[in-house]
Design a protein around this ligand. Structure first.
Ligand SMILES: *[C@@H]1O[C@H](CO)[C@@H](O)[C@H](O)[C@H]1NC(C)=O
Ligand SMILES: *[C@@H]1O[C@H](CO)[C@@H](O)[C@H](O)[C@H]1NC(C)=O
Length: 460
């Protein structure tokens, strides 16, 4: 029975059509109803997320522990030299320390960003919208130093190279929302193409137009997805996770599109036609609805990781340390409530079908995933737009953490309930922050789909 749940989600193809407006139908026709032989349906996930999980998560992510993310945005791209148009040289964003920024500038919300002269208007736009605001108050800076000291004393599972680098800095995620930045064109396509083509276990190249918005139509009778057929279930899953991440990012930029940009205001909001271009079945040659399904798949995977990590975070010795004991305890309570909600979701995957081959097989697969994931996070250093780079890095680390948890289910279950013995499984603060924030993005995307559904139902 449970097995069907998983297979159903993985195949999710043959679905009824039910939608009132033809515009809404275009994007959502295959993203509704029950998922064939599976007890799981999109509506259940929508209701569960939008009503129960999303509001709690939103609140948690505003807490100090979760809003500050340490990241190195200054690593050079290891794979190619950038094309120059909106490359790092012309779109450089150099944050200065807050004490160097005059008070007057600080108050207008655009402080702390510096960009070299741009040679082109599009580029200039991408540059200012994509700039990362790295301002932190003096108190915060001080507090973060103390957290760090606290975290260093905790035992770690592994060292994340970025965290140790002197180039890494804390970024306040609430000041840097993920939204439209104007970053697009060949340079942005190159990022996604190298991920799909070279980092998704593809055994052979299926030629695909560089512009991923243009859909693939094979002349040899093969569709873009044919290569997935011969793959093991986990590697197919890997592709779907990457595609789900891609969908989520596109939903964010369609939902927080820069609609109006003039001298007295910037207005952000939903751009329905941008959304349709990316997800409408007809406009994408049938790929759009699959992309949305992959988003649900990603959601279920990360949700399952949250449910699985509960025993670790439940331990009395685990703290959301920020140095304010009352708040820290309160936020830990909210976090545990949230994980309980995640655990209560009735339609988790079959435990034995994914990440559960024989021991040797599982170890090999884990290593494959780890290396590929590490490589994808290096590709993120090639993203020319800094804000996109920030969210790209955070989300790949978050998904990487989710996979690390899922690959270690047995170890986590075997952890002693209390005591101070060295644990065989640990997560760093960075991993925990990225896990929850990455899930926050996916959860927000699912929530946004509801908004788009209703907006599209009004379009003729
Ligand atoms: C890492 O990604 C780059 C860029 O797509 C690719 O050329 C390279 O083969 C990948 N390396 C590994 C080990 O997967
Ligand atoms: C919405 O996005 C489209 C591109 O998909 C763009 O041409 C259009 O100007 C945008 N609409 C607004 C109001 O910004």
């Amino acid at each position: 029975m449970k097995r069907y749940v998983f297979l159903g989600v993985l195949s999710m193809y043959y679905l009824q059509v039910s939608s009132s407006s033809s515009a809404a139908h275009g994007c959502f026709c295959q993203v509704t109803g029950s998922l064939d032989d599976c007890a799981c349906d999109v509506e259940t996930i929508d209701a569960f997320n939008n009503e129960r999980l999303f509001p709690k998560l939103q609140k948690l992510l505003e807490s100090d522990y979760f809003r500050f993310y340490k990241v190195n945005l200054n690593k050079p791209c290891p794979f190619w030299t950038d094309s120059g148009l909106c490359g790092q040289k012309n779109c450089a964003v150099i944050p200065c320390p807050p004490n160097e920024v005059p008070e007057g500038i600080k108050t207008n919300g655009h402080h702390n960003k510096y960009s070299a002269e741009a040679n082109n208007q599009e580029c200039e736009k991408a540059e200012t919208l994509g700039a990362v605001d790295s301002s932190l108050s003096k108190e915060t800076r001080q507090a973060l130093l103390e957290w760090n000291k606290h975290d260093d004393e905790a035992e770690r599972f592994c060292v994340i190279d970025d965290e140790e680098s002197p180039d890494s800095q804390y970024v306040d995620l609430l000041l840097n929302p993920e939204r439209f930045t104007g970053y697009k064109g060949p340079e942005a396509w190159q990022i996604w193409n190298s991920i799909y083509e070279e980092n998704c276990f593809k055994p052979y190249t299926v030629k695909r137009p560089l512009n991923p918005l243009a859909s693939y139509s094979g002349t040899d009778g093969k569709t873009f997805y044919s290569w997935l057929d011969g793959q093991c279930v986990e590697k197919r899953a890997f592709f779907r996770l990457v595609s789900g991440l891609h969908s989520s990012i596109n939903i964010h930029l369609s939902a927080r599109y820069l609609l109006d940009d003039n001298w007295f205001q910037k207005k952000w909001g939903h751009n329905v036609s941008e959304f349709q271009q990316r997800f409408d079945a007809q406009l994408t040659n049938g790929e759009g609805p699959k992309r949305l399904r992959n988003l649900y798949f990603l959601y279920l995977i990360e949700l399952r990781a949250l449910a699985k990590v509960l025993p670790l975070l439940q331990r009395p010795s685990f703290q959301l340390y920020t140095g304010q004991p009352t708040q820290d305890r309160q936020h830990k309570r909210v976090l545990l409530e949230l994980l309980q909600v995640a655990k209560s979701f009735p339609l988790h995957f079959d435990e034995t079908s994914l990440f559960a081959g024989n021991k040797e097989e599982a170890a090999n697969l884990k290593e494959d995933f780890r290396l590929t994931f590490r490589n994808i996070s290096r590709i993120m250093d090639c993203v020319g737009c800094f804000k996109c780079r920030l969210w790209g890095k955070l989300q790949t680390q978050g998904l990487g953490t989710a996979l690390k948890i899922l690959f270690s289910e047995r170890q986590i279950e075997a952890l002693p309930k209390s005591g101070s013995a060295r644990l065989t499984f640990q997560l760093s603060r960075q991993e925990i922050v990225s896990l929850l924030n990455a899930f926050g993005r996916i959860s927000t995307s699912i929530r946004e789909l509801e908004n788009f559904r209703s907006l599209l139902s009004k379009v003729r």
